[in-house]
Write a protein that binds this ligand. Structure first.
Ligand code: HEC
Length: 467
């Protein structure tokens, strides 16, 4: 534990110069070579054990959760050792990421193989969701593999980033506007989860760079070319995926997550939120002590930056809480790695610090819920009570003994204080079965709400009829 923290700190220092290397991935590579290569081949090609590249996976699709399970428990009767507790949960997670990254690169060419085995049919799927009275849910688009952040253009096209699929999609509304066709506009990108629009251009955040598709509404159908925006950001794989969002005053906001579960990042470029001009110039820090934010939004009237932050792991099932935060002054510190969830001093890094030194979250969303995208509801379709309040997509836990999250919540506010945190869409988790994992929420011009789901590659649409 301590050794890993030191290692991570050293990595942080190496990145202080914004150097473009991926040291945590090297660590995964080293772990793999030392413990796994003998049976699975130096290049994952297989030997005594099966290949860990593309193949018919014996123990379920190579999702992080499945991989962690099989690596931890092993298959002793088939000579696959159990690696827990010989390797720490952190190391196993690192290996799972490493294997998933390689497995999926090849699977991207054959998406059918990556699809979860037994999807419920659409009618069961929809009737299993629970929403407040008067709301309806439908499938707006399907086949947007690993769909992540969304942004809506003035002409009603929704652009969607993705994770392992490496693609950016355009959801083009059909004539009846009740559903949309998925058009792939770019592929082969490195976890292009972040999308935003500025001056008619679509900006996409990959792990190691930001790219720009000019005049996108006119060009999305022709596999448009893109420009690389000149900006050097750390490109660690761990928490390295980057959401990106244009602010009302025309800047681009972009976070850099901590390259670890827990490590000292204050003197590094990580665990911060930055902003820059549209051309990538004038990169400046706006917030620090942010472990890993995967969603933010600007308040419709105050224009302050609101963002979610994912809490650290390995302090148990019930602590610390993930956060919803608001930035009221540039340069504010939100606690990582010293204080978590506003109230939990870190057992190691919190020594000699107090939680009072840092900005408290507006809302504690719960442990391991993994809040990702958030959005202020500014539409006219839903009742007045929803106006300017927040929808948060909770992707759900991956390593908690009982799953939590897998929901879209409504957070109501009075000024910058939370009034209530209630369920808006439940039913992505049904008993033990996961049918979807919500990632982002956006409002269409007609006031209906879209929710992306990277598990099944769907986009849901929620409408209100009051009945
Ligand atoms: C002594 C040999 C051996 C070592 C060492 C070993 N494995 Fe395995 N592994 C196997 C065998 C054999 C299987 C197939 C088990 C089965 O048939 O169910 C397997 C299966 C797996 C699977 C599941 C593959 C699938 O198709 O579902 C994963 C993932 C995996 N190993 C990861 C690892 C990792 C990570 C390490 C190193 C930390 C490792 N293995 C070390 C022998 C080994």
């Amino acid at each position: 534990m301590h050794k890993i923290a030191l290692q991570a700190a050293a990595i942080g220092i190496a990145f202080a110069s914004f150097a473009a290397q991926a040291a945590p991935a090297q660590t995964a590579e080293q772990l793999y070579q030392a413990n796994c290569a003998a049976c699975h081949g130096a290049k994952l090609e297989g030997a005594v054990g099966p290949t860990l590249g593309q193949h018919a996976w014996i123990h379920g699709a190579p999702t992080k959760a499945n991989l962690i399970k099989v690596i931890s428990k092993g298959v002793p009767e088939k000579n696959m050792p159990a690696w827990s507790p010989a390797l720490s949960a952190q190391q196993i997670a690192l290996l799972a990421d490493y294997i998933a990254a390689n497995a999926d690169k090849k699977l991207a060419a054959a998406p059918a193989a990556a699809a979860p085995a037994a999807k419920p049919v659409a009618s069961d799927l929809l009737s299993g969701f629970k929403l407040p009275k008067g709301f309806r849910i439908s499938v707006y688009a399907e086949g947007a593999e690993t769909a992540r952040s969304m942004v809506v253009s003035d002409s009603g096209i929704v652009y969607v980033g993705s994770r392992k699929a490496g693609k950016v999609y355009a959801l083009v509304p059909r004539a009846n506007k009740q559903s949309a066709e998925v058009v792939t506009i770019a592929e082969g990108l490195e976890n292009p989860i972040g999308v935003t629009l500025l001056n008619g251009a679509l900006y996409v955040g990959e792990i190691g760079r930001v790219i720009r598709f000019d005049n996108i509404d006119k060009r999305y159908a022709q596999k448009p070319s893109y420009e690389v925006v000149k900006v050097s950001l750390p490109n660690d794989k761990w928490h390295g995926e980057k959401v990106i969002k244009a602010s009302p005053d025309g800047k681009l906001y972009i976070p850099v997550g901590a390259p670890c579960n827990i490590c000292d990042t204050d003197d590094t470029k990580s665990a911060k939120i930055y902003r820059m001009n549209a051309d990538g110039s004038q990169l400046e820090e706006v917030a620090r002590g942010v472990r890993n934010t995967v969603g933010f939004a600007f308040h419709p009237t105050t224009r302050q930056l609101w963002f979610t932050d994912n809490g650290r792991d390995e302090l148990g099932d019930n602590t610390p809480s993930c956060e919803l935060n608001v930035l009221t002054k540039f340069g504010q510190h939100f606690g990582f790695p010293y204080c978590h969830g506003g109230v939990v001093p870190d057992p190691e890094f919190g020594k000699g610090r107090t939680c009072e030194e840092f900005v408290e979250p507006v809302a504690k969303l719960g442990p391991h819920v993994a809040p990702l995208g958030l959005s202020f509801y500014t539409g006219k379709q839903f009742p007045e009570a929803y106006r300017n309040n927040i929808f948060v997509a909770e992707h759900g836990s991956w390593n908690r003994s009982t799953k939590i999250g897998y929901t879209v919540r409504l957070i109501t506010l009075y000024g910058n204080k939370m009034v209530s945190d209630t369920s808006f869409i439940d039913g992505f988790l049904r008993g033990d079965e996961v049918v979807g994992r919500p990632v982002d929420v956006v409002t269409l011009a007609d006031g209906s709400l879209l929710v992306s789901d990277d598990y099944a590659g769907r986009i849901f649409r929620v409408t209100y009829d009051g009945k």
